[in-house]
Ligand binder design. Structure first.
Ligand SMILES: *[C@@H]1O[C@H](CO)[C@@H](O)[C@H](O)[C@H]1NC(C)=O
Ligand SMILES: *[C@@H]1O[C@H](CO)[C@@H](O)[C@H](O)[C@H]1NC(C)=O
Length: 122
């Protein structure tokens, strides 16, 4: 009995360690936007920079993108809108400590915030 309890507490302890080591959540991902200064069909162009500040890889990143529209065509492998959410990079990895960028063009910028992702730490 005691061995089983030791075994269980060891597992719980180890899972705490690995969780503490992999201290990265979807909220760590930041989205910055700025005007490029260019115009597309008389609308300002915006550059979106998604930063993954973690050492871990971010997969299946979905942003909330309610109402998102653009006159500048965006490849669906870069951003694909489905309802109020936009899948980024076709769900492919954004590796640790890197950024992912794309441009769009509309009268105003849209709020883009991370809602979900898979976080893979090695
Ligand atoms: C994003 O914007 C914030 C606030 O404007 C700034 O502090 C941060 O450095 C920017 N990050 C990048 C990667 O440009
Ligand atoms: C991720 O966010 C948590 C909580 O806000 C913070 O403690 C941690 O340092 C962040 N990690 C990175 C790599 O920015």
């Amino acid at each position: 009995m005691a061995t089983i309890l030791n075994f269980l507490s060891a597992i719980i302890f180890l899972s705490f360690i690995s969780r503490g080591y992999c201290q990265c959540v979807v909220q760590n991902v930041t989205v910055n936007q700025s005007q490029t200064g260019s115009q597309v069909q008389n609308k300002p162009e915006w550059k979106v920079t998604i930063s993954n500040p973690c050492r871990c890889t971010v997969l299946d990143l979905t942003l909330s993108c309610t109402g998102f529209q653009t006159v500048e065509k965006i490849d669906p492998s870069v951003l694909s809108k489905s309802g109020d959410n936009c899948l980024i990079n076709n769900g492919n990895p954004i590796v640790g400590l890197s950024t992912f960028s794309f441009n769009y063009a509309w009268d105003s910028s849209f709020s883009l915030t991370p809602v979900s992702a898979q976080i893979a730490c090695s």
